[in-house]
Design a protein around this ligand. Sequence first.
Ligand code: NDP
Ligand code: 2IT
Length: 449
Amino acid sequence: MVAGLDEKLEPIYQEVLHRNPGETEFHQAVREVLETLGPVLVKYPELADRKIIQLVCEPERQIIFRVPWQDDKGQTHINRAFRVEFNSALGPYKGGMRFHPSVYLGIIKFLGFEQIFKNALTGMPIGGGKGGSDFDPKGRSDGEIMRFCQSLMTELYRHLGEYTDVPAGDIGVGQREIGFLFGQYKRITNRYESGVFTGKGLDWGGSRARKEATGFGTVFFTHEMLKVRSDSLDGKTCVVSGSGNVAIYAMEKAMELGAKVVACSDSNGVIVDEEGIDLDLIKQIKEVERRRISVYAQEKKSARYLEDGNIWEVPCHVALPCATQNELNGHDAKALVKNGCILVAEGANMPCTPEAVRIFSDAGIAFGPGKAANAGGVATSALEMQQNASRDSWTFEHTEDRLREIMVDIHRNCYETAEEFGAPGNYVTGANITGFLKVGRAMMAMGVV
Ligand code: NDP
Ligand code: 2IT
């Protein structure tokens, strides 16, 4: 059953459907936020009078352009790239770039929309934006990746700037790609403008702990969720989907806090290792060799590889979806509930379908939505911008401490806001209302712009 919308919000949602046809992920992200905003309009009718919700659903600017490039054999390819500059009420547009064949405008808009509220929750001065391309980096050489990034930046540079729009990584975009993008930006603009990108290498303006930040932050948030239930990660069994940037560092911090991680995955399959995942081996396979997760089971006799397997059928106490949107559906949620799962926190953006979230809620499973639970990545991006602006470089410990404090604050704000608006323990309500009110008030203050 789909939850009903408040009578003031239903026409707003219908208008979003009408104006953005076919963009199903964007519709899903908007609906999930609108479902929680009814009580906000009762308490703050001035937000409705000024059409703040309608405004926040319409990107300030959307850029779409072609990216032609040549592969190693001299063949020409044409990709499409996007940058959606969604909302700048709190600071320059900020959000990652995604390279994946599934990328189209609806994906970038859902991600940009989520980013507005996530960035507001961090308490840092950053607006919301997102970009990407339908380019598939799998199997491409370093030279091909470089030429693609250079071609993309030859158009995108004119829209960026440390006070305007500050990209970072996301699926398919890590430090290698940020290096190529930054290099071309620097060349075209003739400016060493460190603060125009985050996720940079440590030798050229990057922040310590940025690489680890999203995964670590998700686990800090999980730790806080368990703490209010007088529980902890110690001795818990975890499964973490994906084996990319977010998944690897979520596994690392979960293990550090005493959990046993027994499964992770990539888009081809799942590995299950009841002895506990060997993270050094995962890092070697994924970060160094850029190979498939199946290689893990060839190296480790205690592991099983399930081609096209379903990771959510592996019994666990704590599930951390860290791969991609809608990777955990109602069927998967039922399997988790049946197998005794007590907590789900989203390291990825919108990995759980609305049906899955309802099943968790009905079963009393603690659920941490991505815009709160994975905000540590972009929060540490803002710390990277802070270091760039002051030409400073912090220690790993100091940066990790700041990240931990930010995640504790986000958790507390979401928890308290949920209570204030009559939905105790509901972090979806808490995160949406906290984020929306912060952005909405800033938009009110700045007039009709
Ligand atoms: P990576 O590219 O490093 O890793 C992505 C992982 O997810 C890979 O294991 C990949 O497998 C898997 N995956 C991607 N797409 C699919 C798919 N369609 N089906 C199945 N598996 C898939 O990306 P990140 O770790 O950076 O991002 C993961 C998630 O976290 C995304 O939702 C992203 O938006 C979100 N996120 C990222 C942040 C960051 O700082 N990087 C911050 C906050 C959220 P394969 O290699 O086989 O494709
Ligand atoms: O979804 C996200 O928050 C990210 N991909 C990180 C964005 C950023 O600017 O660090």
